[in-house]
Design a protein around this ligand. Structure first.
Ligand SMILES: C[S@@+](CC[C@H](N)C(=O)[O-])C[C@H]1O[C@@H](n2cnc3c(N)ncnc32)[C@H](O)[C@@H]1O
Ligand code: SF4
Length: 451
């Protein structure tokens, strides 16, 4: 059987499965887990440990049609400034709940568009963040940058505060594709920001691309990949476009009939893989590529790669604190998501409380499944021995899971030093295989395509 038939037989081209940026996926968070759990879990963070901080800026000047991120359009800075004032208050409340000696291992500004902030507003926000959280020695400060919405003075401010990783949204450079996704952005605009970052030195550069966009062809995508590799990023995320108009209403502007079919999407993903590997990048998980000397490639080689809400990470902090509307915090005991609507979020914080409004409390068995899902997504393997060490009371469940994976997907795995390892040609099926161990996978929820 050839590779495509094999993947088709396992449902790759029909499956709708989660991306597993968390387990359980955020659509299974429950309203019974909220502020009370959030406070307890913040207080339980070990004193002296390092935490990651994520700050969500849910505003954009333009709303790109393809975008599934939680954000809202704004023409003026008034709501943005008001939101940042509330964020500063949230920092105070969260800091108060945490033990004194925690340090900040990571700070990530995401969105929406963090670079929409005027530099004085950004400066106020970052001054408070750094006053609240002392950076750890190997501190990383990363920011999502829209190259069409990043003034010189804002970039200078971020650099002055020590930004050492930048993620630039590109998606695709073909004019007909950009037009069809409502995001026009020239190579010149992108290069301008890349050059500013490079001049300052010591800033890791990530670029985001998408495959599976309307009117994208193999030829046009090869051209985009050539333009992008010429910018020499340290990392690339090449995500499959998730067309979920029932969740992200602006996507109704994208006509389903203009989208490439599942097999054409697969071909585009294969092209991306071949081009990037040909250029010396190491493939990471399902959709990232990194230069061999980049931290992500090193983490992957050392088996330290992890999955988080941005995709893949080498972040080692066990606790992630999400600040801002809709942000998700991850604690060893579970997840908490802040109120999603900006108004509801602001109300909670201005009322003097925390902003958590739903979440998930992990049981021991959820913890085991979460670890198996992360091992599959990050390492394409399941190691029975190391699972038994981490979950000593669950040996028989672990055995059962490994046996059922082998029985259900006999042609996808082989036994190696790593334990049960996925064959190279089966790797595109990893989300389908992860969904097999996911107890929520058969719930009535619609996800994006598996490829
Ligand atoms: C917050 S957004 C981009 C940051 C910044 N506002 C910009 O426009 O450059 C982060 C990334 O999510 C990815 N993304 C957004 N919508 C997506 C979708 N529907 N499917 C897959 N990836 C998506 C894009 O690659 C995007 O660059
Ligand atoms: S891609 Fe960036 S600029 Fe466009 S809507 Fe999404 S977050 Fe906003």
């Amino acid at each position: 059987m050839d590779k495509i038939d094999h993947l088709r037989q396992h449902g790759l081209f029909d499956a709708k499965v989660p991306r597993y940026t968390s387990y359980p996926p955020a659509n299974h968070f429950e309203s019974g887990v909220g502020q009370r759990h959030q406070l307890e879990w913040l207080q339980a963070v070990p004193d002296g440990s390092d935490i990651s901080v994520y700050i969500h800026i849910p505003f954009c000047k333009r709303l790109c049609w393809f975008c599934a991120c939680r954000t809202q359009g704004t023409k003026t800075m008034r709501p943005v400034d008001a939101y940042v004032d509330v964020l500063r208050k949230e920092i105070e409340v969260v800091r108060h709940a945490l033990p004194k000696g925690v340090r900040m291992g990571r700070l990530h500004l995401g969105g929406g568009t963090p670079t929409i902030l005027p530099s004085e507003t950004m400066s106020r926000l970052l001054t408070d963040v750094f006053a609240a959280f002392e950076p750890a020695p190997d501190f990383e400060f990363s920011v999502e940058i829209d190259p069409t919405e990043a003034s010189d003075s804002l970039l200078d401010t971020l650099i002055a505060f020590g930004m050492n990783r930048a993620s630039l949204g590109v998606q695709d450079f073909a004019p007909e594709v950009q037009k069809a996704i409502g995001r026009e952005q020239s190579l010149v605009q992108t290069k301008r920001v890349v050059e500013i970052l490079r001049r300052s030195g010591g800033i890791g550069l990530n670029l985001d691309l998408l495959y599976g966009l309307p009117h994208q062809t193999e030829r046009s995508f090869l051209d985009t990949l050539a333009s992008v590799t010429a910018l020499c990023p340290d990392r690339l995320a090449i995500y499959g476009y998730a067309h979920v108009p029932w969740m992200s209403k602006r996507q109704v502007m994208i006509r389903s009939e203009d989208l490439p079919g599942a097999e054409a999407r697969f071909d585009l993903a294969e092209i991306a893989h071949d081009v990037m590997v040909g250029q010396g990048y190491v493939p990471i998980g399902i959709d990232h590529f990194a230069l061999p000397q980049d931290g992500l490639a090193i983490a992957a080689a050392e088996g330290r790669l992890r999955r988080n809400f941005q995709g893949y990470t080498d972040d080692r902090c066990p606790t992630l604190i999400g600040l801002g509307a809709s942000s998700i915090s991850r604690f060893p005991l579970g997840y908490i998501q802040n109120a999603a609507a900006t108004s509801a979020y602001q109300e909670r914080i201005l009322g003097g409380g925390l902003a958590g409004h739903k979440g998930y409390e992990m049981t021991q068995s959820d913890g085991l499944v979460a670890r198996i899902v992360e091992d599959l997504m990050c390492r394409f393997s399941v190691c029975e021995q190391s699972l038994r060490q981490s979950f000593p009371g669950q040996s028989s469940v672990i055995r059962q899971t490994v046996v059922s994976l082998m029985n259900r997907f006999p042609d996808c795995f082989f036994i190696s030093e790593a334990g049960l390892e996925m064959k190279e040609e089966a790797k595109p099926l990893v989300r389908v295989i992860a969904s097999f161990v996911d107890k929520f996978a058969h719930a009535e929820t619609a996800h994006s395509a598996a490829i």
